[in-house]
Design a protein around this ligand. Structure first.
Ligand SMILES: [Zn+2]
Length: 495
């Protein structure tokens, strides 16, 4: 059983130092060094050629679109773009890597020295970026026969090289000290911001759960004023929540060891999604183990300053600025905007407003009822079977008085169940507000007759008592009356 301190105990004694390495798969049409398609989900080993299979004599050529995307990422992260850069070979054996080396960048990365600003609990943090470089992905191995899909217990292993050679961008931060007890939240905020920045550039779909964005979390602990401790690297953490959990766990684990005078070993660890723990992997290689050397088959790259400036001019509004602008346009308090961001609802709300809804209505549905549904089904908000246009249509029906909130929620049931647009569902399920005043007046009269004492109170000027009669009318109309209209009829009748 691994001994753990509580997180609070740990950060009282030790100062965490974070480091984050993120890999992002670019969504170029072709691979990094050949013309093979990058389309996901093809039959294994159908998107391969002599170059990405490393057959003798095959020569790579760098993909200009991938270089351009990487420069854009570098610029969006406030980096300096190299005037002279080249690829290197990183030598190691791995069955899913047919070349027995990875073509990557070592001493001459494409982009260096940038930063990302995040705010956590009202405090600003600047995460400095050491480098952004371009490399290629490996293939995929598949182990069959074991319980968990891992090699242990497997009877057969297969390899699929379709992914081998897909362009990957690696973004490495400098060590991040000074986050204290907020280290887990700062790590998460950084990865979130990075994801949003890259997404805004349209160069990757940056989906952590699908592996197009993968994060390695480095963490060490030291006592304040002393040297930083030895770091561990938790590999392939694949959700924003897991980034936070991995940091929290390593702080708790390492601090318990340090308390007992045990040294931390530099190693890679694997994150366990089930209980949020990390397990030891291999002990970490040093850079010298990889025998890096300049790639002799690829020309050096000298991105012209004109090209870089053209790309800089083409960058979209940064997500942080955009959020500030939208917050002002939507008149939201900081806390509300934070909820919108946390729920990943910025685009959804923006599209709902573009489809005609007012900001208040759009925010209300996505953060309220729809967030609740997404939580219940364990889905992401964007994956719900309702579109921003449909939410705008629903709100329009509420604004017109055709639906009240209660009916609107039932309409959402129907839309999510695939019964069509809000108008279709309301028609099919008979969910429109009763606007036939004659019917409402009759229901009001019945309610007055059944509650004479309440009616007397209202006649005596206690208008608040109308709630009892409104409730009775709502019940009689199965919730399909507009409460405001009913109230008006009651007051007209009893004044
Ligand atoms: Zn190929």
């Amino acid at each position: 059983m691994t001994k753990l301190n509580t997180f609070e105990q740990a950060v009282e004694t030790y100062e965490p130092v974070l480091g984050l390495e993120t890999h992002i798969e670019l969504d170029t049409r072709t691979k990094m060094f050949c013309g093979c398609s990058t389309t996901f989900g093809a039959e294994p080993n159908t998107q391969v050629c002599p170059v990405c299979l490393a057959l003798p004599g095959a020569l790579p050529v760098a993909n200009r679109a991938a270089v351009e995307a990487t420069i854009k990422i570098g610029l969006a992260l406030n980096c300096r773009i190299a005037e002279w850069t080249r690829f290197a070979r990183k030598n190691y054996f791995y069955p899913d890597m047919p070349k027995n080396f990875q073509t990557t960048q070592y001493e001459e990365p494409l982009c260096e020295e940038g930063y990302v600003d995040v705010t956590v609990e009202g405090k600003p943090y600047r995460i400095e970026i050491e480098r952004v470089h371009l490399e290629e992905d490996t293939g995929k191995t598949l182990h069959v026969g074991g319980a968990t899909g891992r090699i242990h217990g497997a009877t057969e292993s297969f390899v699929d090289y379709n992914r081998a050679g897909i362009p990957l961008v690696e973004i490495v931060t400098k060590p991040v000290p000074g986050t204290g007890a907020l280290a887990p939240e700062v790590a998460r905020a950084y990865v979130t911001e990075l994801r949003d920045i890259v997404r805004s550039l349209g160069v990757s779909d940056v989906r952590m759960e699908q592996g197009s964005m993968r994060c390695d979390v480095n963490l060490s602990l030291g006592k304040p004023g002393e040297e930083w401790g030895t770091r561990t690297e938790t590999k392939n953490v694949n959700s924003l929540r897991s980034v936070e959990r991995a940091v929290r766990y390593e702080v708790r684990r390492q601090s318990a060891l340090l308390d007992e005078g045990v040294r931390i070993i530099q190693e890679t660890r694997h994150f366990q999604e089930t209980d949020g723990s990390t397990n030891p992997g291999r002990s970490k290689e040093e850079a010298t183990d990889y025998r890096y050397f300049p790639e002799p088959d690829l020309a050096v790259m000298e991105p012209s300053r004109e090209w870089v400036e053209q790309l800089r001019a083409s960058l979209p509004e940064p997500p942080r600025k955009r959020r500030e602008r939208l917050q002002a346009e939507w008149s939201l308090a900081d806390k509300e905007m934070q909820s919108v961001v946390n729920a990943d609802a910025v685009e959804l709300i923006e599209s709902t407003i573009a489809a005609g809804a007012g900001p208040a209505g759009a925010v209300k549905w996505w953060l309220g009822e729809l967030s609740r549904r997404a939580n219940e089904s364990g889905e992401e908000l964007a994956a719900l079977a309702i579109t921003p246009a449909q939410v705008a249509e629903l709100q329009a029906m509420v604004d017109d008085g055709r639906l009240n909130d209660k009916l609107a929620r039932q309409v959402i049931d129907g839309v999510l169940a695939g019964e069509g647009s809000p108008a279709d569902v309301a028609a099919k399920r008979g969910l429109e507000v009763v606007s036939d005043t004659g019917a409402l007046e009759a229901a009001v009269d019945e309610a007055i007759a059944a509650n004479p004492a309440v009616a007397d109170k209202i006649r005596g000027g206690t208008h608040a008592a109308a709630g009892v009669l409104i409730g009775a009318v709502m019940k009689a109309t199965k919730g399909q009356a507009d409460a405001g209209t009913v109230r008006q009829i009651i007051l007209d009748r009893l004044s």
